[in-house]
Design a protein around this ligand. Sequence first.
Ligand code: NAP
Length: 294
Amino acid sequence: MTILDGKKVSNDIKDEITEQVKKMKAKGEKVPHLAAILVGNDGASLTYVGSKVKACERVGFESTLVKMSNTTSEVELLDKIHELNEDPNIDGFIVQLPLPEQINEQKVLLAVNPDKDVDGFHPANFGKMALDMTTFIPATPFGILELLDRYGVETKGKHTVVIGRSHIVGRPMSILMGRKGFPGNSTVTLTHSHTKNITQITSQADIIISALGVPNFLKAEMVKDDAVIIDVGITRVPDDSTEKGYKITGDVDFVNVSKKASYITPVPGGVGPMTIAMLLKNTLLACERHRKNV
Ligand code: NAP
């Protein structure tokens, strides 16, 4: 069994990006600039945005964190998005989700300039992804593809089962694994909360990508020998023995499933760090594309 070490691979990617940024600086070029809008004080969101800003510093990007209060109106947020759309110094930006309930998430995602949509959530970019056109692939699916690629995991002709159909992970993942190319060329089954007899489906899978957010959902008896297991789940489970009072837990019963798997991602240290690395990669791509258009 091989651990798909997202921490190591993400550090490799960050090192590669750092080198590229150094070359840009040496040529006197502007370095990539990522902005993040955070609305409200959600603990997990604060942590995620903090990690993204730190990752920018690590690779030499510029970063801007725009903090807005929990009572921000939709109009105020849309105004801020338009400002970032127009700002030539910003190559890409993200709006951290979830948003407070007074704000319509779809309106917000539609307002982001697709050329700066480094999260790849805008319908124009999602459509391009589905049509194999050059675009920004959402960071978590992009990170999973990169892990499979760097470990040379065969996906052609395999049966991939994706659990969860969210717009940011499961749905794009199902499209990407079924596309022509590598990683891809899989036969894909997309499952969700209405799927019947899920064990029957997962136990036939060569590759399982689990993104539902239910701790330890995927048990050893649901998995066949030598399956490839990608665990996207991140759930904070209360745990008094830790300083923070919680423990990050994945969707997969790692202890038992890892005994049967050929490859498996740990949680933490698997898909999570890859997501941030690929957000940086998308920002670098955005910067390069903007430069070419100038
Ligand atoms: P989400 O929006 O929370 O949706 C969960 C999906 O799982 C839905 O499609 C739901 O089906 C499905 N589901 C729920 N119970 C199920 C069951 N018993 N059997 C089969 N499917 C079931 O999903 P998400 O935003 O993709 O998040 C999923 C998990 O990934 C969360 O733990 C999240 O924190 C984590 N995550 C991690 C990263 C990372 O960087 N590692 C990034 C994003 C998300 P319905 O559509 O029928 O409701």
